[in-house]
Design a protein around this ligand. Structure first.
Ligand code: ADP
Ligand code: MG
Length: 238
C-alpha cells in the first residue's frame, strides 16, 4: 500500500499548460475518483502518476519515495485501461501472465498468481479461452487480473467501464469496490461519470481545466459543493 502526493505538479504540452500547479494527497488505501468533463486533465494526471507522461514541474511521491522522473516500471503502479489492451492471440491465462513471463517470474509462482487472480475475478473457468470468446465484462476482468498479479502498491483506472453497457457497468462498479475492500490497496479511478464517482469514491476530486475545484467525500460534496460548477456537475442542489 502507498500514499501518493503531488506537490505543485504541472503539465504543459509546448506552450499549453493543461495542469496548473496541482497539490493532491492521496492516503494509503484510499479509493479516490478523479472526475470532470472531457478534456479537464483526468487522464493526464493519472498518466503522470503512472509515469506514462512526463511531469513538467513540481514533485511527486509514492510512499516515501520521490518518483517525479522515475520510469513507469519502477513505480509499482498498475494501470487498467478502458480499451483492455488484451492480446487477441493469447488465452486468458497468457494475457494475465504476460507481464510475469516478460519479467522472468518462475513458472510455479506465476501459475499461482494467475490462479489467485482468476479466483478473485471469477475467471477460473475461462483461463483457456481467447479474448474474442469473452463478454465485455470478462475482458475487463482479465485486464484487472493483469494488474492484480503485479501485486502493485497502487491501482490506476482510466475510465475502465466506459465500453460496457449500463447494466454491466453497475455490476463492475460493485466488483471493483469489492476488490478494493479485499486488497485494501490505494486506488485512483478516473471517470467522467458523476454517478460512478459518487457511488464508488472514498473521496471525489472534481477537476475543471486542470484545476481541483473540490476534493471531498461524496456526502460533503453533495451537501456542501464548493461552487456552482461542482454543484451542477455532480447534480447537487446549489
Ligand atoms: P481528460 O482525460 O479529462 O478527458 P486529458 O487529460 O486527456 O483529459 O487532456 C487534458 C488536456 O490536455 C486536453 O485539453 C487535451 O487536449 C490536452 N492533451 C492531452 N494529451 C495531449 C498531447 N499529447 N498533446 C497536446 N495536448 C494534449
Ligand atoms: Mg481521459
Amino acid at each position: 500500500m502507498a500514499t501518493i502526493s503531488l506537490n505543485g505538479v504541472t503539465k504543459s504540452y509546448g506552450d499549453l499548460q493543461v495542469i496548473p500547479p496541482m497539490d493532491l494527497e492521496i492516503r494509503d488505501g484510499e479509493f479516490v475518483v478523479l472526475v470532470g468533463p472531457s478534456g479537464c486533465g483526468k487522464s493526464t494526471t493519472l498518466r503522470m502518476i503512472a509515469g506514462l507522461e512526463t511531469v513538467t514541474g513540481g514533485a511527486m511521491h509514492i510512499g516515501d519515495r520521490e518518483v517525479t522522473h522515475l520510469r513507469p516500471g519502477l513505480r509499482n503502479c498498475a494501470m487498467v485501461f478502458q480499451s483492455y489492451a488484451l492480446y487477441p492471440h493469447m488465452s486468458v491465462r497468457e494475457n494475465i501472465g504476460y507481464g510475469m513471463k516478460v519479467r522472468g517470474t518462475p513458472k510455479a509462482e506465476a501459475a499461482e498468481a494467475i490462479d489467485n487472480a482468476a479466483r478473485i475475478l471469477n475467471l477460473t473457468d475461462y483461463l483457456d479461452r481467447k479474448p474474442a470468446a469473452l463478454s465485455g465484462g470478462q475482458r475487463q476482468r482479465v485486464a484487472i487480473g493483469r494488474a492484480i498479479v503485479r501485486d502493485p502498491d497502487v491501482f490506476l483506472f482510466d475510465e475502465p467501464l466506459s465500453n460496457l453497457d449500463a447494466k454491466l457497468r453497475v455490476e463492475m462498479r460493485v466488483e471493483i469496490k469489492q476488490l478494493h475492500r479485499r486488497l485494501k490497496t490505494t486506488m485512483v479511478y478516473v471517470t467522467h461519470d458523476q454517478v460512478e464517482a459518487m457511488t464508488m469514491a472514498d473521496r471525489v476530486v472534481v477537476l475543471k481545466d486542470g484545476i481541483i475545484e473540490q476534493a471531498a467525500d461524496p456526502i460533503t460534496l453533495y451537501e456542501r459543493p464548493a461552487n456552482a460548477f461542482v454543484a451542477e456537475f455532480i447534480g447537487a442542489p446549489s
